[in-house]
Design a protein around this ligand. Structure first.
Ligand code: TA6
Length: 307
């Protein structure tokens, strides 16, 4: 978007949707336009590109989301960090690997529907503007929305798909959240013990989880039949991060470690030590099926507790 257009767009967005002391729009150093959301207890930054939450920061603590120092907001590109919106398929397309991994909506600019501000509750809703090139990737007719809500010190992201066409739809999806941790070697993830996971590193062999998840190498797992809250213990930051969810029975846990970090974009060599992904998903066998007029809401709810 040319500079003059950005300025005009910023002026339009702030005139239409800014809420004093709660919602404003600005350029972001990584590129593109973002909305800044605040409550007395926390702040968040949401990029129009991908309806992508870039930052969630409780007033009393540090940044909760990890963002690669090499991350960029570029037309047609993904953002390495924050909360990528993976839709209408998770990971590699099931039958056509030439289609973009994790679908296409994370790589386009979304439209702002509305922003709200009440005492201690601030939100922004965005909608995906389907274009002809998207219809070539997926046949569905949907009303697709992301609602980001700060309620006090809690961040909630809702991804709502409504089937507005006549054909039944099937989709997989994820809110692919990157969490900032002090040192992955000291991190454990609780809440998935005794669940079965598909292990991407063992050709999706199904394995039973015993106890908390710890990290001594690459981890890339889809936990099945897992509606549970998950808690990341991050001792180096003296905190626990709780990931509650709705509309999901699968959770993805991922750390690329050394070798995979070298094979993916915007992932500096040592950066795997400061991050872990715990993704609220409908992935693997957890497929969403929507008849005409039916809708599904996938929600992730993030909060931080001191250790
Ligand atoms: O959710 C885990 C995963 O599927 C990994 O296998 C890795 O590919 C990661 O997503 C990141 O994918 P991206 O397309 O954003 O590089």
């Amino acid at each position: 978007m040319a500079v003059v257009h950005v300025e005009a767009e910023l002026e339009r967005l702030n005139a239409a949707h800014a809420r004093p002391g709660a919602v404003s729009f600005a350029r972001h150093p990584m590129g593109g336009i973002v909305s800044h959301l605040t409550t007395p207890a926390a702040s968040a930054i949401v990029a129009l590109h991908g309806a992508h939450v870039l930052s969630f920061k409780p007033t009393s603590g540090g940044e909760v989301l990890w963002m690669s120092p090499e991350a960029r907001i570029e037309p047609g590109g993904g953002i390495r960090g924050g909360i990528p919106v993976c839709w209408p398929w998770f990971a590699t397309h099931a039958t056509d690997p030439s289609k973009p991994d994790h679908g296409y909506v994370r790589k386009s600019i979304w439209d702002v529907v509305q922003a709200t501000s009440e005492p201690n509750v601030t939100s922004i809703e965005l909608t995906f503007p389907t274009a002809p090139q998207h219809k070539a990737l997926w046949h569905g007719d949907v009303d697709l929305r992301v609602l980001v809500t700060l309620r006090g010190g809690v961040l909630r992201v809702d991804l709502n798909t409504r089937n507005v066409g006549a054909a039944p739809l099937e989709l997989t999806q994820a809110l692919h959240t990157y969490f900032a941790v002090g040192n992955i070697a000291n991190v454990s993830v609780a809440g998935l013990s005794n669940r079965i996971y598909q292990d991407k590193l063992q050709n999706y062999a199904r394995v039973a989880q015993e106890g908390d998840i710890t990290f001594t190498g690459e981890v890339d797992r889809i936990y099945e039949d897992a509606p549970d809250d998950v808690i990341i213990a991050d001792p180096d930051n003296a905190r626990r991060i709780r990931i509650a969810k709705e509309g999901s029975t699968s959770t993805v846990v991922w750390n690329p470690w050394i070798e995979k970090s070298a094979r993916i974009s915007h992932m500096p060599p040592e950066s795997y030590r400061g991050m872990v992904c715990v993704e609220t998903a409908n992935a693997g066998g957890d497929v969403v099926r929507l008849g005409p007029s039916q809708q599904h809401r996938l929600s992730t709810i993030l909060s931080v507790e001191p250790i």
